[in-house]
Design a binder for this molecule. Structure first.
Ligand code: DAH
Length: 343
């Protein structure tokens, strides 16, 4: 091959390289391009084999030229590969992305039925002007019993019913219990704010009882207290009927019987008429209530001649069981997923 022929072939090759190169538009074409122009059997390699036939003078001319071409092809190839790979990756990412606002979570959580009903009850009482109050679960013996007029000898203080934290002191302010009722909050709030007062206090209470389908060692109550001037049992009845009808979304019949609780006089038991579809209706004990005992008012520094009012306490757990027709109380604290998913 003459030098002239050789140089013509080099420049032809250069032209073809740049044409083919423009046609390489996707990453899959790159490999073929590489084989054709840079691979072992490429025309470039063919040409390189002829160099040895040239004179040293000629070699000086063609050597750098062909080397330049080789470098250029190599570099163009690398740049192109980079561009095409980035494009391919972007293309893939366009399809691969996850729209987190549309994806379905593995499972959706929901409020525990007790929380649900508690919130609803709070809403209803708030709409009637009641404040939501809170208090501690570990309580002094005085707040849990003495201030509420529960006699020292009352069976409720017995080891059977009360979880004692400490009970060695003569002074009931120094002994503590896991509160057995939310009535302790009546005491705390009246001491804090005096009268008039209008609160409900939902909370957890504890009883050292024998456990079965209707008794758990812990359950939830809602305490209510309204103290003002000229309050009557009529107000209590009206508020209760309103609350229950809102909660059950239908008219609820209640029945009031005399009952005994040391902290109210007169004391009352309130039953509600409960009917399940297809079953005979019955009266269910729903809560204790009454007119706040004057001694309780006095224990909290409230003028019992000027002020009076009613108090009540019902089992929130009981209410949830009625509302959702749950038969075993233990399910509510079981944390069973299948159970909780139903609400
Ligand atoms: N604390 C009572 C209980 O746990 C319930 C109760 C009854 C609360 C009468 C009251 C009330 O405020 O007036 O059984």
């Amino acid at each position: 091959m003459t030098l002239k022929e050789f140089l013509t072939r080099v420049s032809e090759l250069e032209k073809r390289v740049s044409e083919s190169f423009d046609n390489v538009r996707i990453i899959e074409h790159l490999e073929a391009f590489f084989q054709e122009f840079l691979g072992k059997k490429s025309q470039l390699n063919e040409l390189l084999k002829h160099i040895k036939d040239f004179s040293p003078e000629e070699k000086k001319e063609v050597g750098p030229q062909i080397q330049q071409l080789k470098n250029k092809i190599n570099q163009d190839f690398l740049v192109k590969r980079n561009v095409l790979e980035t494009e391919a990756l972007n293309e893939k990412l366009k399809e691969d992305w996850i729209d987190v606002t549309k994806s379905e979570p593995f499972s959706v959580g929901n409020l525990h039925p007790i929380s649900k009903i508690q919130r609803r009850v709070e809403q209803i009482f708030s709409s009637m002007g009641f404040e939501i109050a809170d208090g501690p679960e570990v309580e002094t013996e005085w707040n849990n019993f003495d201030a509420l007029n529960v006699p020292q000898t009352h069976p409720a203080r017995d080891m059977q019913d009360t979880f004692w934290i400490s009970k060695d002191s003569e002074n009931s302010h120094e002994n503590s219990v896991l509160r057995t009722q939310t009535s302790n909050i009546q005491i705390r709030k009246m001491i804090e704010h005096g009268a008039p007062i209008r609160i409900i206090a939902p909370g957890r209470v504890f009883r050292n009882e024998e456990l079965d389908a209707t008794h758990d060692a812990t359950f939830y109550q809602v305490e209510g207290l309204l103290v003002d001037e000229n309050i009557t049992l009529g107000h209590l009845k009206g508020i209760l009927e309103k609350m229950l009808s809102e909660l059950f979304e239908k008219e609820i019949k209640i029945r009031i019987r005399p009952g005994y609780f040391p902290f109210v006089e007169p004391g009352l038991e309130v039953d509600i008429w409960f009917e399940l579809p297809g079953k005979e209706g019955k009266w269910l004990e729903f809560m204790g209530a009454g007119m706040v005992h004057p001694s309780v008012l006095r224990n909290c520094g409230v003028d019992s001649k000027k002020y009076g009012g009613f108090a009540f306490g019902f089992g929130l757990t009981r209410l949830v069981m009625m509302k959702y027709e749950i038969e075993d109380i233990r399910l509510l604290s079981s944390q069973k997923k299948e159970f909780l998913e139903q609400f």
